[in-house]
Design a protein around this ligand. Structure first.
Ligand code: SF4
Length: 122
């Protein structure tokens, strides 16, 4: 994720991240880090298999009407796992009119609807 306070662009590792351990400055992390919560943290019934460090996909709300399944670029096919794609379809089915559910692998996007997956080309 982009962290403006650190001037950290999206898709780059944070210099404060101890890989596999956590944040080296957790108690003093920037406000945008404190404010951010992925869907897995907010929805108790997502289950441990959908924890981002397990499934390599992190669902988050990118704006008022858009849910994004952000895929670890080191695991670009992770979103196709049955538990992940089922969660995406379930969101598309239940969030309601006006919502868009997307899968993102770096600069590639797919739109997820009730029972369809459509690549988005620019
Ligand atoms: S929580 Fe810590 S490791 Fe994660 S982006 Fe923020 S400063 Fe970096």
């Amino acid at each position: 994720m982009h962290v403006p306070e650190l001037d950290k662009p999206a898709w780059t590792h944070c210099p404060n991240c101890a890989v596999g351990v956590g944040c080296n400055i957790y108690s003093k992390r920037p406000q945008s880090c404190q404010d951010f919560a992925c869907v897995w943290l907010q929805v108790p019934d997502m289950g441990p298999d959908l924890k981002p460090n397990q499934c390599h996909v992190m669902f988050y709300r990118s704006d008022e009407w858009t849910m994004v399944a952000n895929v670890d670029p080191d695991w670009p096919e992770a979103w196709r796992a049955s538990n992940v794609i089922s969660a995406a379809h379930r969101m598309a089915n239940t969030l309601g009119d006006g919502w868009i559910v997307l899968v993102r692998v770096e600069n590639r996007f797919w739109r997820i609807k009730d029972d369809t997956i459509t690549p988005i080309t620019s």
